[in-house]
Design a protein around this ligand. Sequence first.
Ligand code: AMO
Length: 409
Amino acid sequence: MKGGGQGEVQSRDLEGLEGKSVTLTGWIDSFRQLGKITFVIMGDPEGNYQAVAREEMARKIVQVPRQSYIKIWGPVARGQGKASPFEVRIEGFEVINSADTVLPIDPASKVNSELTTRVNNRPLDLRVPEERAVFLTRAKAMQIIREFLTGSGFVEVDTPKIIATASEGGAELFKFDYFGRPAYLAQSPQLYKEELVLSLGKVFEIAHYFRAEKSNTVKHLNEFTSVDIEAAMAMRDDAMKLIEGLVREMYRGLEVNYAMPERFPVYTYEDIVNHAGLKFGDDLSSEVLNDFGRGKGYYFIVDWPISLKPFYTMPKGDALSESFDLMYGGLEIASGGQRIHQHEMLYSRLKASGLDPESFSEHLKAYRWGMPPHSGWGMGLDRLLMVLMNRENIREVVLYPRDSRHLAP
Ligand code: AMO
């Protein structure tokens, strides 16, 4: 094998290796010519760094198409350029796998390609350190969520994504043929997570769900990631405190500076209806929420009319419900609340919501087996990450977004 004395190292190791000969593999990001010297900006998963080639070596390496995967070797020296504090003086290189000379996007370009082009060429797009950073943050966020919820006594579960009955209403369901019977892609783990509190007490799940939304907006996808929790003996306020705690923990753990209020403000549905001049029972459109949420950070909207919430929501008096939405400005981040735990009430709420209780018989039976009172929520992870990372479009924080126009790659 060709290579330098130190064996293979990564760019992050360079600092401690001044004067030593090293071998690295990675891709060519770009070349910069300065007189007789050619700076080769190299990339690897850790970031970009600088290598230097002179004379014959320079003439040879600039022939290699950018983004090719190569091996370089030579001594490490204190850097002369601004790309990295240490650089590799190239004594030799080997092309491991050459890239096409014409690329759909140029990761080294200062001019960003269109989001659609980037998403369609994601593997190459992620060679841009700033874009890769989004998904490193996403991975860290998942870890923080798991640690936070596990540390709060929740058990991680994974429930089926092929289901027989709708949990969030029929309009946005993807239906398909399941060996001659109709089946659907799960819109949420709602029914399962409620059933599981019967024995496991406190459960959470992080998974993909499917909504047949036709609208193409910056906040909707047809396949999105939700963080769901459900907890026995928890009231709505407990569920709200938990999500507030999780959001704070994510900002802390991801080291995102944000002036968090002491407590997230709480508004009622009625506050917003009055503000917008609507009448009780009207749904709150994006326009109304954007207007109400302008200049606001995180806040809750509580006490929605029962008529606007799914059948499993616990009523509050005659017309309201023990529900909440967590908002950021005009964007809904999560919704949840207390659920119905009594069989008869659930049965009649199904009927009142225009659903056939018979098709929920498998689910309903758990409510005859000592179901504890319980509350929970579902949080759109992609939406929260979009806010956290200050991105304008949900597709920027999802590796391979699915919307009605995009099924590939
Ligand atoms: P809901 O339908 O409000 O509630 O969904 C919960 C959260 O999931 C996110 N979300 C979406 N994100 C991107 N694209 C979509 N198409 C999309 N649809 C929803 C939102 C939303 O707040 N079972 C209840 C939750 C519960 O009560 O526990 C549910 O699914 O951020």
